[in-house]
Design a protein around this ligand. Structure first.
Ligand SMILES: [Zn+2]
Length: 235
């Protein structure tokens, strides 16, 4: 089994100061076997880290689209910011990459009693609460993506994590966990323990076997004792 943090930033992101050397050190200290480096609108840091050979890296990018943020994984070429979600997904897929929606419901609380959607005549109909959460959350986009980020350490509401799991079940999508670290101390706070993989197809199969864990990060409260687990969701 390997431990993977799926959402990490370096100093190549506009809002992060973590140098690549500090990043590599923190990844090893956190006991992570593999990391997705997902800087905002660039893959330069991810490529440099991968090519350094110091840590195992999935080259990713948090892509700013007109409708919201997507994460592309297993990229070789950068995706320009500001395209439509449809165009961005196409460009990620054209180079053999995979698409994830990070923090699909933003940082807000998604109430347990809210429905995420339902199946009707073999078609999923999303609930109004889901539609209101993000312009990215449409039936068309959800049918084309490969995974959803359920656990994000910067999204503090466990109920929101669970709601992403329910949405993923509707579409048969596997889930990821990522710390969304913008400082070294956050690296590894969320992770997936999963069987090892050797290509994108075996990656998806492994991710379906994965176990997600996460510790919310907060600047207000110390959550040291709070440890949430999301059990594996099979679709
Ligand atoms: Zn991020």
């Amino acid at each position: 089994m390997i431990n993977v943090d799926f959402h990490l930033h370096t100093c190549h992101s506009y809002d992060c100061a973590t140098t690549l050397a500090d990043f590599s050190r923190a990844v090893r200290t956190a006991g992570l076997d593999c990391v997705a480096v997902t800087d905002h609108n660039t893959i330069d840091g991810a490529l440099r880290l991968r090519d350094s050979g110091e840590i195992r890296v999935i080259v990713g990018q948090e892509v700013g689209t007109r409708e919201g943020e997507l994460i592309g994984l297993f990229l070789e070429k950068v995706i320009p910011a500001g395209l439509s979600a449809e165009e961005s997904i196409g460009r990620i897929k054209d180079q053999g990459g995979l698409v994830c929606i990070p923090h699909p419901f933003g940082r807000r609380r998604f109430k347990a009693e809210w429905e995420v959607g339902h199946c009707e005549d073999g078609q999923v109909r999303l609930s109004n609460q889901v539609r209101r959460a993000s312009r990215l959350l449409t039936e068309e986009v959800l049918e084309r993506i490969d995974m959803l980020e359920a656990v994000n350490s910067r999204t503090r509401f466990r109920g929101t994590w669970d709601a992403v799991g329910r949405l993923a079940q509707l579409y048969g999508l596997p889930l990821t966990a990522g710390s969304d670290a913008h400082t070294v101390r956050e690296i590894g706070r969320s992770r997936v323990e999963m069987p090892d993989f050797c290509n994108t197809q075996s990656f998806i199969n492994s991710l379906r076997e994965g176990r997600l864990t996460g510790t919310p990060s907060s600047i207000f409260i110390h959550f040291g004792s709070m440890y949430a687990r999301l059990s594996k969701l099979r679709c």
